[in-house]
Design a protein around this ligand. Structure first.
Ligand SMILES: O=C(O)c1cccc(C(=O)CC[C@H]2O[C@@H](n3cnc4c(=O)[nH]cnc43)[C@H](O)[C@@H]2O)c1
Length: 249
């Protein structure tokens, strides 16, 4: 069925990439030149493209183009990593499945008013997740919080900024720095896209001591383990080795 024969997963950093690979039960892979890529028994490639939307978009576009030139195009793209959670929507170690990836600080400031790409006429500022891909991810990850994920170039570190983002995207569940970039590259290539964020910290005043990166990485690992498991199979059994997400077949 459309989109899920070969999946490109784009993380920001190596620790996230390693967590995804652990979840999928894949061995570490080979140098790809655009971050490190892994291809194993599952039709999945995992690339660490760097922090921020520009690096993420560049790494995604490169991986998609290389695959297309090799005659093995991807069928779907996932942006995956740790992220901040908005109070009341997602807490530390929760998993957020983005139904919308929003460029929340890309635009123009006019006094107190933020004008996003859509209002400037340079849109889109929001990339919705592919509905079929989202359905499959929801089915495999029933505990995930589903909602918009905002992409920012500067991680939020104050109550005032948190309030601004809430006004821009009232139902935002999570904040990250790559999703919109990955989404833009996927959309340019006509690929189904979705975003997953494992929550490492609350969005709010900067409190580095409150970040729980190991827990978030374990949430990320568990999410990809669930995606690799056939529908109905409980955790703890051997991962499937033929298709991914397993629930799609
Ligand atoms: O503030 C620091 O000292 C600091 C140290 C290490 C890393 C950071 C980051 O901002 C990591 C950004 C990285 O992680 C994702 N992420 C995680 N939490 C958030 C967040 O609350 N807001 C935005 N991005 C977040 C992000 O996608 C990057 O890949 C800071």
């Amino acid at each position: 069925m459309h989109g899920l024969d070969r999946v490109l997963v784009v993380t920001a950093v190596e620790a996230e990439r390693a967590a995804v690979l652990r979840g999928l039960g894949l061995d570490d892979g080979v140098e790809s030149g655009a971050g490190r890529a892994a291809a194993g028994p599952l039709p999945v490639t995992v690339v660490a493209g760097g922090v921020g939307p520009a690096g993420a978009a560049a790494a995604t576009a490169r991986a998609l183009t290389r695959a297309e030139c090799a005659g093995r195009p991807f069928g779907a793209v996932l942006s995956a990593g740790i992220g901040g959670g908005f109070d009341g929507r997602a807490g530390v170690a929760d998993l957020v499945l983005g139904d919308l990836s929003v460029a929340a600080d890309l635009g123009a400031q006019d006094g107190d008013d933020f004008i996003d790409l859509d209002r400037l006429g340079f849109g889109p500022a929001r990339h919705p997740a592919d509905p079929l891909l989202l359905d499959r991810l929801r089915a495999a990850l029933p505990a995930a919080v589903v909602g918009p994920v905002v992409t920012v170039s500067t991680a939020t570190g104050s109550a005032a900024r948190t309030g601004e983002l809430r006004r821009r995207v009232p139902d935002a569940a999570a904040e990250g720095m790559e999703g919109f970039g990955v989404a833009a590259a996927a959309r340019a290539a006509g690929m189904p896209f979705a975003e997953l964020r494992a929550i490492s910290n609350p969005v709010g005043p900067r409190d580095r001591a409150a970040w729980r990166i190991p827990q978030a990485l374990d949430t990320l690992r568990a999410a990809f383990a669930a995606l690799a498991r056939p529908a109905g199979q409980p955790a703890g059994r051997a991962p499937v080795t033929r298709s991914w997400p397993a629930s799609s077949r």
